[in-house]
Write a protein that binds this ligand. Structure first.
Ligand code: ASP
Ligand code: MG
Length: 452
């Protein structure tokens, strides 16, 4: 194979949960001779257990029980592999390191130690996965991604250093791919001093895209437990169907709407290099999946209906707004100081309505709107807060420049109260805010009318 056809395959936690899952994934890898780089998550549940180990309030008994649970997940896989000595020894070494790190956190709650501990799940799964590939007769080795995935030193949410990664990957990783399948870790990296860092929860997709970018791969495959992106959540509309091909811009609009398949920001490195991304289910590879490409052959007006629940609407009223300057700047500065990210906005002469972006906001989980924020806002306008709302988005192409879309959509919405409408900023979506209690009905009706 030539390396300019290189495919990077990433397997998420459920795809490497146990031996059977790993074996299925190894078959997927071996089915394509161009798949030479595999990026794995920790086995399902392991990172959560490690996170609990990093917490301040774990007592010794709980600590030992957590370590035991993690060990059991690894040993079950080793057993199925017929307990090869070398693998056993490698995993034992990682497990004892986990014990040491978790113990040292009692004395020093260092973020660097926490990140090294969190990295252990991926370190284990990469060793095991490459053993599973070898068992099937193909040369394979685990590779420590910290040799190439250089980040800054922001532990817990480290920033990758793109140029350095490209250089290091070309020097240390690329030559290894010529005659074997390399299995490496998602989610983790290392700073300039070689200290282990992590990219933030769910960071393995990001790792795969970063490595694909560094090696200018031909494609990245994200193998998870859903068969790609659907026209809507199949639980809301049984006739929802998988989308074979979607543009990155459409996918970006979708993913922020609770289509939890993958977050658009995580595949950005691949998109920058115009590397195509595939999303599919490792449990049912034959069911196909979704290709996300820079440019797609078919760009229909209606692509999908997405839903985001649990929305808060903030309505601000002030006569100062009339013919004045700077009101919005002041409002947004206040929201930013309180680490609130804004999602949708509509305005009138003397009102602004906005919805809050939960994922982008830095929230303590106590609800985004603190007393102090509301008080600060009340100093220059009247504030009204509405809850129990849901955002429904129609995703597609040329929505802002195609006649008849609104009439068709609002015909379906005839019996529902639409609290807010956003349309026109993006050619790819039309959003309406409705009562939470009606959201499922609205999605079902829209899907039926626009897609079935
Ligand atoms: N294992 C890490 C997590 O659970 C990273 C990932 O799965 O993408 O957050
Ligand atoms: Mg995961």
């Amino acid at each position: 194979m030539s390396l300019n056809q290189l495919v990077v395959a990433k397997f998420g936690g459920t795809s490497v949960a146990d031996y059977q899952a790993m074996s299925r994934c190894a078959d997927i890898v071996l089915a394509n001779p161009n798949t030479r780089l595999v990026v794995v998550s920790a086995s399902s549940g392991v990172t959560n257990l490690l996170v609990e180990l990093t917490q301040a309030n774990v007592n010794d008994e709980r600590r030992l029980s957590l370590l035991k649970q993690i060990a059991q997940i690894q040993y079950r896989i080793i057993d199925e592999l017929g307990s090869p000595q070398d693998i056993n020894a490698q995993i034992d070494k990682l497990l004892s390191r986990m014990a040491v790190l978790s113990e040292s956190l009692e004395l020093d709650r260092s973020k660097a130690i926490m990140d090294e501990l969190l990295s252990m799940g991926e370190q284990c799964s990469s060793v095991l996965f490459s053993a599973v590939i070898r068992e099937k007769g193909t040369p394979s080795n685990a590779f420590d991604v910290r040799q190439v995935l250089r980040t800054d030193s922001h532990f817990g949410r480290a920033e990758p250093q793109i140029e350095q990664i490209a250089m290091l990957a070309r020097d240390h990783l690329q030559p290894l791919l010529v005659n074997q399948v390399i299995v490496t870790q998602g989610f983790i990296g290392a700073d300039e001093q070689g200290r282990t860092t992590t990219l933030g929860r769910g960071g393995s997709d990001y790792s795969a895209a970063l490595l694909a970018e560094a090696l200018t791969a031909f494609a990245v495959e994200i193998w998870t437990d859903v068969a790609g992106i659907y026209t809507t959540d199949p639980r809301l509309a049984p006739n929802a169907r998988p989308i074979a091909e979607i543009s990155f811009n459409e996918a970006a609009e979708m993913a922020t709407f609770g289509a939890k398949v993958l977050h658009p920001a995580t595949i950005l490195p691949a998109v920058r290099q115009q590397i195509q991304v595939f999303v599919g289910s490792s449990k049912a590879p034959e069911a196909g999946g979704t290709w996300i490409r820079h440019q797609v052959e078919d760009a229909p007006v209606y692509r999908a209906v997405a839903l985001r629940r649990d929305q808060t609407l903030l309505n601000l009223h002030s006569l100062q707004m009339l013919h004045a300057q700077g009101f919005l700047a002041e409002t947004f500065a206040t929201l930013a100081r309180h680490k609130i990210s804004v999602d949708l906005i509509t305005t009138s002469e003397v009102n602004v309505s906005l919805t809050l972006d939960k994922t982008g906001s830095d929230s303590s989980g106590q609800g985004l709107l603190s007393e102090s924020l509301l008080q600060e806002l009340s100093q220059h306008c009247r504030v009204r807060v509405e809850d129990n709302l849901a955002l429904v988005a129609i995703i597609g192409n040329k929505i802002a420049s195609t006649a008849g879309i609104c009439s068709r959509v609002f015909q379906v919405l005839e019996k529902h109260n639409v609290r807010m409408i956003c349309q026109g900023a993006s050619p790819h979506n039309l959003c309406v805010l409705v009562d939470e209690a009606e959201a499922a009905t609205v999605v079902h009706a829209l899907h039926k009318n626009l897609f079935e």
